[in-house]
Design a protein around this ligand. Structure first.
Ligand code: ZN
Ligand code: ZN
Length: 480
């Protein structure tokens, strides 16, 4: 086509004017490339209620052919060329199929399949498939559904969604077409792929729901390369744990030297501790769920050497890619207790979701602690009780402790104590119980952290304090 091309503002005039002319003009523009009825119909997808894109495309093509014939005398030369293209795709426009007058042995004519002569507009595109845009990928939706079925076997789910990743080539051809045709109601190719494959599976899986919001399983199709990726929604299990022995971190603590790969320093274990609360809880549930991985999210954490007793600390266990979703949580929680050999106990199993994690991680709830301390010099009980009561009077200004400064911003935070109690043991050691705001470092509250916590029990008593042991007695996260 040369410089005599008709501008797009005149395209409706050329095709009889008005809205009809506009639609036909756009269709004619689209058909400058050899596209199938579906791809043509998709350009007008939001008009013509109740039609499939294929029906829509075929209808537009028929009307275009009829109008072109009627306008034969007046039509621009370009449209004459178009006419040659109109009765295309004998497979999709059977009604318009005319006997070809092409000579059987003319080498100018391409032959597809069993020697049937085909007009030049049916020339296969570069990749050897019919439609310039979709390469006839809709002929393969059954195959794609089969692939999804294969991928789905062995996964337990009740809701699903079909997604689609269109290859860059197809997507740039679609952009090109849209740019030229300027459609006002087009639907992207991938939406039609999703819908067509989704329809087949929806019929097949009558006991499963198609869910847009948060499906249990999402199948991502790559139609051209015939690949299907599966994304399985993780499981989130809530509960509370009690840590009954000291020397266990909350989560796996990878070795700094090898970053978890295993090296001489960590004895090849990859972590600095034999186990963790996470490792005592996670595997039992992960195995039952046939998951890929697990992760423990805790409401705060306790130091390695600190116990957590009472009603325990809330946590959420995340299991990625579970093959099984129906779990007996009560049964699994008691298995965890048994297998941990008295190291942890898990309570109050429940199902939850990802949305709860930020809240769990950010909530600073009050906690009750019990500490046993050693004084650098003799203290009498009266003075100890008085000292601890002074601590409860004003706010505690606590600068981020040295020992956590590598992972926490260096700030001074103000926190309060709500209940305090203390007593002196016969051997001169002290026992202290406090109910404190979340985020208050209790060891530092007692020994003072070289003056970084003000006031501290040590500064009030004017001596040195060593915290022998610390225990979380309760995490008060519930509405009181
Ligand atoms: Zn197509
Ligand atoms: Zn290591």
């Amino acid at each position: 086509m040369g410089s005599d091309m008709v501008g797009s503002d005149r395209i409706d005039e050329e095709w009889g004017g008005g809205l009809g002319g506009m639609v036909l003009g756009k269709a004619a523009k689209a058909l400058e490339r050899d596209i199938c009825d579906r791809c043509l119909g998709r350009l007008f997808a939001r008009s013509g209620y109740g039609l499939t894109n294929e029906e829509r495309g075929r209808s537009v093509r028929i009307v275009l052919a009829l109008v072109a014939e009627a306008l034969d005398d007046r039509i621009a030369p370009r449209s004459h060329q178009l006419m040659g293209k109109l009765p295309v795709h004998s497979t999709t426009v059977g009604v318009l199929d005319e006997p070809s007058d092409a000579p059987e042995d003319d080498p100018e004519w391409n032959t597809i399949g069993g020697g049937t002569p085909s007009p030049p507009w049916e020339e296969p595109s570069v990749l050897g498939e019919g439609c310039w845009l979709c390469h006839d990928l809709f002929d393969h939706v059954d195959e794609l559904s089969e692939l999804v079925k294969e991928k789905a076997s062995g996964i337990e789910f009740s809701s699903f969604l079909i997604g689609c990743r269109v290859d860059p080539g197809t997507s740039s051809r679609e952009n090109m077409l849209w740019k030229d045709v300027d459609p006002t109601s087009a639907e992207p190719l991938k939406e039609e792929v999703n819908r067509e494959v989704g329809k087949i599976l929806d019929n097949l899986w009558s006991d499963r729901e198609v869910e847009k919001g948060n499906p249990e399983v999402t199948f991502i199709l790559d139609p051209l390369f015939k690949q299907v990726d599966v994304q399985i929604r993780p499981l989130f299990i809530g509960g509370r744990y009690r840590k009954l022995v000291r020397g266990i971190p909350q989560t796996r603590w990878p070795c700094h030297t090898c970053r978890g790969k295993g090296c001489p320093r960590c004895d090849g274990k990859g972590s600095l501790y034999e186990t963790s609360v996470e490792q005592l809880i996670g595997p039992t549930i992960m195995e039952a769920a046939k998951g890929k991985n697990y992760k423990l999210h805790g409401m705060g954490r306790e130091d390695v050497d600190v116990l957590t007793l009472g009603s325990g600390r809330p946590f959420i266990l995340e299991i990625s890619s579970p093959g099984v979703r129906g779990l007996d949580l009560d049964d699994l929680f008691s298995k965890i207790d048994d297998r941990s050999g008295g190291k942890v106990e898990v309570l109050e199993p429940r199902w939850t979701d990802r949305k709860e994690i930020p809240d769990l991680k950010s909530r600073d709830v009050k906690k009750r602690y019990f500490a046993r301390v050693v004084f650098s010099e003799k203290v009498d009980e009266e003075k100890l009780k008085y000292g601890i009561s002074l601590l409860a009077e004003g706010p505690i200004k606590q600068r981020t402790p040295e020992r956590v400064s590598h992972r926490r911003a260096d700030l001074v935070r103000e926190r309060s104590l709500h209940e305090v109690d203390a007593r002196l043991l016969d051997d001169g050691r002290g026992e202290v119980t406090v109910l404190a705001d979340g985020g208050l470092y209790i060891k530092e509250l007692l020994h003072g952290d070289e003056g970084r916590t003000q006031p501290s029990l040590a500064s009030i008593l004017d001596l040195k304090i060593e915290v022998e042991s610390l225990t979380v007695l309760d995490v008060l996260d519930r509405k009181e």
